[in-house]
Design a protein around this ligand. Structure first.
Ligand code: CAA
Ligand code: FAD
Length: 380
């Protein structure tokens, strides 16, 4: 068993670390306060190849493995989880979904632009009444021969206002339940497609989250992904990999909060000594570091499973379940180590605490991860 990273992995990790410190850190508090989308930063991430990391170079991607991807996700999330969710959706939901299941024409037309960052993507599964219960799709896609007509509303869509291309899941044949669901590529600006208001959120405030409304939107048949009825499996298979990205995001949030807490504990004095000399604080750091290391092992194992061609439904779900709890616990403790300053925006840790919460909710809540894991365990 070899736990060391290759030279290539170290290089990509260091490039992401450097980028996060120099390009994401300045302005991160302002973007959070103002709910300002990181337009410039996303453009630069596209230029660096962070938006299509695992896509085959023949479609404009970086041709990298999942280990490289999670290393980048962790480093970006150590500084700005709003930026990392944009990276995660574009890479592991939109680009992956298209590359794995799209037609050659769809890849040429859409993937090549998404992988280079020229265009941004969104993944639209959730609805007002279909979040965890994702098979209960109310959005309809009626087959009209050479095209489909899309009607309905999607909720909480990341990159909802800023994306150019949207992967939209909808019900074509209700009788067939999940086997009658399809996935489509929809372009911004198509008649009848409206972006709803931006959500005012607790965390990841730099990323834009919107509802989307489809009113008799005509979608050409060639924009359906896969065979008729493949849409739900498409969503599940794609989300299985997406969860590894969010697990890495949670890991990065925890690691970023821990780094700040450790540094602070070495300079802040109370009762005549640095607070790190008080065992209560030193032991907190020990617990934080241990749980982060455990989360990192689960994240790396899930990424490794994907790279090896192993099934990663369970390892991805376990990584997300555990790392998101660690993100929550560690960020709360990081605020505690900072005392009153932890409650002040300037010190960053309160933002980590707010950002951590979403990792237990999106791409399947923690309860849903337990459903995935337990079903996997109990399957023959
Ligand atoms: N791979 C392939 N097929 C899968 C699968 C997988 N990982 N998981 C389920 N399926 C298939 C099943 O085999 C079944 O098909 P068959 O009938 O042909 O066998 C079909 O899907 C239905 O499966 P279930 O009976 O298990 O469905 P269910 O109603 O019990 O729900 C669930 C299963 C795991 C709870 C699922 O609904 C789920 O994952 N819910 C959470 C939704 C979610 O994660 N949303 C995230 C939205 S995107 C997002 O959030 C992005 C972001 O924030 C940035
Ligand atoms: P519900 O399904 O209503 O769940 C409510 C509670 O009940 C949760 O605690 C849940 O775990 C629990 N629960 C539900 N069913 C069960 C069960 N069977 N057993 C045990 N507990 C259960 N979606 C997209 O499609 N694309 C996106 O880009 C996207 N981005 C998002 C960004 C943000 C900031 C947010 C907040 C959400 C985003 N989502 C996105 C939606 C997200 O995936 C859903 O919010 C999530 O899947 C939960 O669905 P829900 O909100 O409807 O909660």
């Amino acid at each position: 068993m070899d736990f060391s990273l290759s030279e290539e992995h170290l290089m990509i990790r260091d490039a992401a670390r450097d980028f996060a410190r120099t390009e994401l850190l300045p302005g991160v508090i302002e973007r959070d306060n103002l709910q300002k989308f990181p337009t410039e930063q996303v453009k630069k991430m596209g230029e660096l190849g962070f938006l299509g990391m695992m896509v085959d170079p023949k479609y404009g991607g970086g041709g990298m493995d999942t280990i490289s991807y999670v290393l980048v996700m962790e480093e970006l999330s150590k500084v700005d989880a709003s930026c990392s969710v944009i990276v995660s959706v574009n890479n592991s939901l939109v680009c992956y979904g298209l590359e794995a299941y799209g037609s050659e024409d769809q890849k040429q037309k859409y993937l090549t632009k998404l992988a280079t960052g020229e265009k941004l993507g969104a993944f639209c599964l959730s609805e007002p009444e279909a979040g965890s219960d994702a098979t209960s799709q109310k959005t309809t896609a009626i087959d009209k021969g050479d095209h489909y007509v899309l009607n309905g509303t999607k909720n909480w869509i990341t990159n909802g206002g800023t994306a150019d291309f949207y992967l939209v899941i909808a019900q074509t044949d209700k009788e067939k339940k999940h086997k009658g669901i399809n996935a489509f590529i929809v372009e911004k600006g198509w008649e009848g497609f409206e972006v709803g208001p931006k959500e005012d959120k607790l965390g990841i405030r730099g990323s834009d989250t919107h509802s989307l409304i489809f009113n008799d939107v005509k979608v050409p048949k060639e924009n359906r992904i896969g065979e008729d009825g493949f849409g739900f499996k498409f969503a599940m298979k794609t989300l299985a990999g997406g969860r590894i990205g969010i697990a890495a995001q949670a890991l990065g949030i925890a690691a970023g909060a821990y780094d700040l807490a450790r540094e602070y504990s070495k300079v802040r004095k109370a009762f005549g000594t640095e607070i790190s000399n008080h065992q209560a604080i030193a032991f907190k750091l020990a617990d934080m570091h241990t749980s982060i290391e455990a989360a990192r092992h689960l994240v790396m194992k899930a990424a490794w499973d994907k790279d090896q061609g192993n099934n990663y439904d369970m390892s991805g779900a376990m990584a997300k379940l555990y790392a998101s709890q660690v993100a929550m616990d560690v960020s709360v403790e990081a605020v505690q180590v900072h005392g009153g300053n932890g409650f002040v925006k300037e010190y960053h840790v309160e933002r980590f605490m707010r950002d951590a919460k979403i990792t237990q909710i999106y791409e399947g809540t923690s309860e849903i991860q337990k459903i995935v894991i337990s079903r996997g365990l109990l399957r023959d």
